[in-house]
Design a protein around this ligand. Structure first.
Ligand SMILES: NC(=O)c1ccc[n+]([C@@H]2O[C@H](COP(=O)([O-])OP(=O)(O)OC[C@H]3O[C@@H](n4cnc5c(N)ncnc54)[C@H](O)[C@@H]3O)[C@@H](O)[C@H]2O)c1
Length: 253
């Protein structure tokens, strides 16, 4: 049963137009939060906003642009008087080992996932301070915890997100700002189809990704959204600098 435990909270979700970000946005709004849906694909974010009955804003944002992230935070503060929750969800991946990774692809993956998360934290913290505290939730991955084949840049980016999460958690805990990350296993989103499309046999590649989870199926985006809603809520008041795995047992082997 979905509660009203996020009533009154003002939240930003990046990458809100698809997959995990979409489900997190719907769940936060469903639990009573006011949500800004930020995505580089404004039309996609708007389509998600159309499914939300409550207070919702859409802002086209490229998380790699500091002025755009700054403007995103400023809009929430202007409109709703503060910021309580930031979900740094926008991220991209490519399938390649290090020798097969072009420098610009490395930079692209690191920019969206790691620099984007850094910029989110950088600009959300001052707004949260003025709001009396908050919760920042970063999307890392089990790629931060185990080596995944053909994911050199992605593992590096998500490892960086995990380390940054812990650093920011310690920096800001005394200000009442909790910083945590979620490490999903393989989640059934459009991203999985995109990444497997690059393989010679995309169907076999998808089956391999599914079989990696010991519980025998893909993680569902709703299961990540449930974890995000918990971390956003006051029920998670002692959860600080944590890496919450939602991976069907993948890292328990
Ligand atoms: N799907 C998985 O198996 C999985 C597993 C672990 C972690 N994750 C992480 O979860 C997050 C969401 O993944 P997903 O599977 O929902 O992906 P997705 O591709 O379905 O959605 C990503 C969204 O981010 C947006 N986006 C991309 N670049 C952006 C930018 N520069 N600025 C703002 N928005 C941007 C896209 O437009 C899209 O709407 C990512 O950080 C991803 O690395 C996914």
């Amino acid at each position: 049963m979905i509660s009203n435990r996020l009533e009154g909270k003002r939240a930003i979700v990046t990458g809100a137009g698809s997959g995990i970000g979409r489900e997190i946005s719907l769940r936060l709004a469903g639990e009573g939060a006011r949500v800004v849906l930020a995505d580089i694909d404004e039309a996609a974010a708007r389509a998600v906003a159309d499914q939300i009955a409550g207070d919702v804003l859409v802002q086209r944002t490229d998380v790699t642009s500091e002025p755009e992230v700054e403007a995103l935070v400023a809009r929430v503060v202007d409109r709703w008087g503060g910021l309580d929750v930031l979900v740094n969800n926008a991220g991209v991946g490519i399938a390649a080992d290090a020798p097969g990774t072009a420098l610009e692809d490395w930079q692209f993956v690191l920019d969206v996932s790691l620099k984007g998360t850094f910029l989110g934290i950088k600009h959300a913290v001052p707004a949260m301070r003025l709001s009396g505290g908050g919760s920042i939730i970063n999307l890392s991955s089990i790629a931060a915890l185990v080596g995944l084949k053909d994911r050199a840049a992605y593992c590096a980016a998500k490892g960086g997100v995990l380390a940054l999460t812990r650093a920011a958690a310690i920096d800001h805990v005394e200000e009442g700002i909790r910083v945590n990350c979620i490490a999903p296993g393989t989640v059934e989103t459009p991203w999985v189809d995109r990444i497997t499309a690059g393989y010679e046999d995309p169907v076999a590649a998808k089956a391999t990704m599914q079989a990696r989870q010991p519980h025998g199926r893909f993680v569902q985006p709703e299961e990540i959204a449930a974890m995000a809603a918990y971390l956003a809520s006051d029920e998670a008041g002692s959860v600080v600098g944590a890496c919450m795995t939602v991976d069907g047992g993948m890292t328990a082997r």
